[in-house]
Design a protein around this ligand. Sequence first.
Ligand code: KG4
Ligand code: ZN
Length: 371
Amino acid sequence: MKILGIETSCDETSAAIVERVSGRSSVKLLTNIVATSLTLHAKTGGIIPEVAARQQVEYIIPVVKKALVEANLYPRSSKIELLSSTFYRPEVDAIAVTVGPGLIGSLLVGVETAKTLSLIWNKPLIPVNHLIGHIYANWIRTIDHEPSTINFPAIALLVSGGHTDLLLMKSHGNIKWLGGTRDDAAGEAFDKIGRLLHLPYPGGPAIEKAAQKGDPKRFSFPRPMMQNPYFSAKDGPASGWDFSFSGLKSAVFREVQKTKKLDKQTIADMSRGVLDAIVDVLVSKTVKAASRYNAQSILLGGGVAANQKLTDQLQLSATHHRLNARIFVPQKSLCTDNAAMIATAGFFNYNVVDWKNISANPELYFDTAVS
Ligand code: KG4
Ligand code: ZN
């Protein structure tokens, strides 16, 4: 079975094809094409939705075509139009598409393209929640990465530019939300603080790099909500599983104002302080959740999961707390937005919906109850 994935929720336009391999619990990645408008957004220090949507329109058909060509499902030199139903119908079994959350203009491009392809090629269509997609990047097998079997229950930490969520996954499709950020997402905090420190966009990788030469003792930034009590949703408010990062941004802002000269070393030292604070909070809550729910696996997902310090600290803390859980981190290129994770989520959650009933939903989120 082969699934074509399409992802256009933000500033990446991506199409990928994954294939089921018998006897294995992961799927094989045949191709993953990602076109990004990141350089355009770097100029403005952040994403302008209108600009991102226009780029999606420009990239989508060439990107889908390239994915099919690379997977040998479309002749390289063919003159046949991708949307010409009479002459061309690729050997894919289904199409999975991101329906939300994300920027409405960007989402619409992928959703309407997928609906059109589903109709003219007569292929089943699977709507996928982008956030769940990030978690499924852990099930992707590539030439240089073969994931081991992921056992349940699992705790998933989703850390992206728009979201920070802690999730309990009891089986495929059975994902419950434990808590999330009350204000800025972890990636958003990195991006906003990066701007305060005059670092290039996106801030996450830039802060990670600058922090390498930073002094960990010079700045100690707050670790918000780290000591809040942990309840399950059944017992009461699950505030202990929630996050808050906007105070950190304000703390950095105050330090920047106090600093007479924001030289290279000061930027490195502040970056180190910020990185340590964010990683500390994320690791502490993830480890507590894994212990509380006796997790067999901890799954990272989202752009911030590409952060090496996060993985290293998580591993150290899990060992220190003698957790049974094994830690899974997607390959770096599959941490940020891509269609491979969407195709994979569609494979493990094969919930086909008629194209007429599928629409983009920028506010899509998770179920909240923990049972
Ligand atoms: O998942 P993603 O590609 O897009 C969303 O769905 O939001 O995540 C993008 C976010 C950005 O905020 C970026 O700063 C952050 O991921 N990011 C990182 C790293 N690489 C990307 N944050 C920390 N360390 C990194 N190495
Ligand atoms: Zn994302």
